[in-house]
Design a protein. Sequence first.
Length: 344
Amino acid sequence: MKGTVTAPAHGVILNGQIGADQIATPPTTPDHQEKPPLIAIVGPTGVGKTAASIALGTRFPAEIINADSRSFYRGMDIGTAKPDRAARSQVPHHLVDILEPDEPMSLATFQDLTYACIDEIHARCRIPLLVGGTPQYVNAVVEGWSIPRVPPNEPFRQELERVVEADGVGELQARLRAVDPIAADAIGPNPRRIIRALEVFEATGQPITALQTKQPVPFRTLEFELHAPREILYDRIDARVDDQIAQGLVAEVEALLARGISPRASAFSSIGYRQVVPYLQGESTLDAAIERIKFDSHRLVRQQQTWFRKNPRLIRIDTTEPAWLDRLIAQVDSFASNWRSSCE
């Protein structure tokens, strides 16, 4: 079971295509029953999400669903700080090591797979823990987003990627603003998300924001943000990067390239991988690559904390305070105890 998931009942195929008019529907729960719980744990890189989720998973009958976009990929272990096999042996994990690095993972597919995991975990009277640092993935699940089922259009994407390389992201921002100003404001200068929004408009003739609605979900969600001051996170990240280099991060990237994985593959956009490629291609020194990994990781922390501040549902847990883990455990216990009693 660990690292795998059964395909959802409504028929998503991980490597296949779904019609643009199909929208994922969360599993249903009769109104007269108490909705089962979902615990979401988010936080910036380096804050300790893995340790916290393992602690919860050993304290409660729980299973972990990965919501970190970098941990989907097989063969990418060191640079992603993925939970190791020892950690995964303590608590069942889902959506870890389910893709090759050159296989895409869309937000819609992630949502489908996660709904299937949640349904299966609840059926076993266990508590799903949705854990990761990718806010868009978590929000798509807990808010019941309706996501356009538009399959990737690789020629279209490559054409727009060439525009970014030649003219910068501003040209695509202007194109998106002309057809979907709401999306343009929300996305900002993020090339991948801009390209996706334009891809949806190309396929459907409708703005992506017009297709992204929300629907009720059949579970109750308690959402936590693990927090630590940036200076502490920066120090942890820098030490972790040095440790990753010592563990063989460069050799890991080299092995992926030797397998034929293109440096343009979506997985190589992950921090720790895209910075090593120029070194292996003779365009950078190793010291410069290491410094870039640290710099980009620091920037990611700032972006993540900005995203989390926009979510009023999050209960902040300061991981520098004494007994923070006890506080987290107590709140989960209070939130899920009635359902656990009735389910068991």
